[in-house]
Design a binder for this molecule. Structure first.
Ligand code: PGA
Length: 254
């Protein structure tokens, strides 16, 4: 069974409300005929509400880039999964390498965030990936195993049925260095085998594993041709509607 592709744009700390609305207006017609894959845009928190209204009636889903694990409370500057559900968000990106490395998020914090997102029936996109140092030390698989096992600890296959994993080698994010399709496939296949051990083969077969790290219109086709690569989490190349539309429409227009 081939999994339905998901092409997700992570805007990071880019775009005001006006810029978000202009993007969506330009982007919607470019992907209007696309029905055989899922599309997600993750604007910054401040533009989520406006984006949700602008996306209404389209097939483009809304994602957030992070959340806190508590429902509410004295956590200055944080946003809860409950608040994201209230806006109409579908996906939440969790454990992105920038959150792990710049903001010190641990596997335990990320596990609690995954659980919080599931409580509100949102779809977690759990990001995992090794640094260059870890890859060069031969630790890629042990890092992926730790991040997956710790990030999903205590959760069941039933809880996680819509889970999305994003394999993003840290050395390929924003650097222009993409993992080769072979390197990416090797990591994706490893993750799927591990998910099968943890939750059963049927579960693992259904879970989408996205690749992220310098995805562009020029390399998406080669990545998507691999059996265990089910989509992409796109940063820089998702910021321009025409460029992102070319990635979303891989295999259709070019
Ligand atoms: P990039 O970012 O496409 O700019 O490398 C990917 C990501 O961080 O999700």
């Amino acid at each position: 069974m081939k999994r339905r592709p998901l092409i997700a744009g992570n805007w990071k700390m880019h775009k005001t409300i006006a810029e978000t609305l202009a993007y969506i207006e330009a982007f919607k017609p470019l992907v209007a005929g696309v029905e055989d894959r899922d599309i997600m845009l993750a604007p910054p928190f401040t533009a989520l509400d406006a984006a949700q209204r602008a996306l209404e009636g389209s097939r483009i889903s809304l994602g957030a880039q992070n959340c806190h694990w508590e429902e509410e409370g004295a956590f200055t500057g944080e946003i809860s999964a409950r608040m994201l559900a209230d806006i109409g968000v579908t996906y939440v990106i969790l454990g992105h390498s920038e959150r792990r490395h710049i903001f010190g998020e641990t596997d335990e914090m990320i596990r609690q965030k995954v659980a919080a997102v599931l409580r509100h029936e949102l779809v977690p996109i759990l990001c995992i990936g090794e640094t260059l140092e870890e890859r060069e030390a031969g630790k890629t698989f042990s890092v992926l195993e730790r991040q997956l096992k710790e990030g999903l600890k205590g959760l069941s296959a039933g809880d996680l049925k819509d889970l999305v994993i994003a394999y993003e080698p840290v050395w390929a994010i924003g650097t222009g260095k993409t993992a080769s399709p072979e390197q990416a496939e090797e990591a994706h296949a490893f993750c799927r085998r591990l998910l099968a051990e943890m939750f059963g083969a049927d579960f693992a077969e259904k879970i989408r594993i996205l690749y992220g790290g310098s995805v562009k219109p020029e390399n998406i086709v080669g990545l998507m041709a691999r059996p265990d690569i089910d989509g992409a989490l796109v940063g820089g190349a998702s910021l321009k509607p025409d460029v992102f539309a070319r990635i979303v429409c891989f295999g259709r227009m070019e």
